[in-house]
Design a protein. Structure first.
Length: 104
């Protein structure tokens, strides 16, 4: 029964290519928002897009997408632009550990 309730919750997605950071961000989001949202974690832009496609097919809602700016193959901006096509109503957050004002 808990699994059915979990599947019905709106999603917060986090994307970071650093496994340690990815786990930490997901853990912190679960602690704060886990009662109300399902937290989905991905470690690349492509795997996150695939997860979003699957969520869309199931009819799941995505409230927020957090993405690291610096990732290989696809940076956070490129990922968020593509995610916007699937979930135009989702809030998008770009994260970076660098003082890169050009990216901002």
């Amino acid at each position: 029964m808990a699994q059915a309730a979990d599947a019905a919750r709106t999603v917060i997605m986090t994307v970071d290519d650093d496994p340690g950071v990815s786990r930490t961000v997901a853990r912190d989001l679960r602690r704060r928002y886990g009662q109300s949202y399902r937290i989905v974690r991905a470690e690349s832009g492509e795997s996150a897009l695939q997860a979003l496609r699957e969520l869309k097919l199931r009819g799941d809602l995505v409230a927020v997408i957090l993405a690291d700016y610096r990732m290989p193959q696809m940076n956070g901006i490129e990922f968020l632009e593509q995610a916007l096509d699937m979930y135009p109503g989702a809030r998008r957050v770009l994260l970076t550990a660098y003082a890169d004002t050009n990216a901002a």
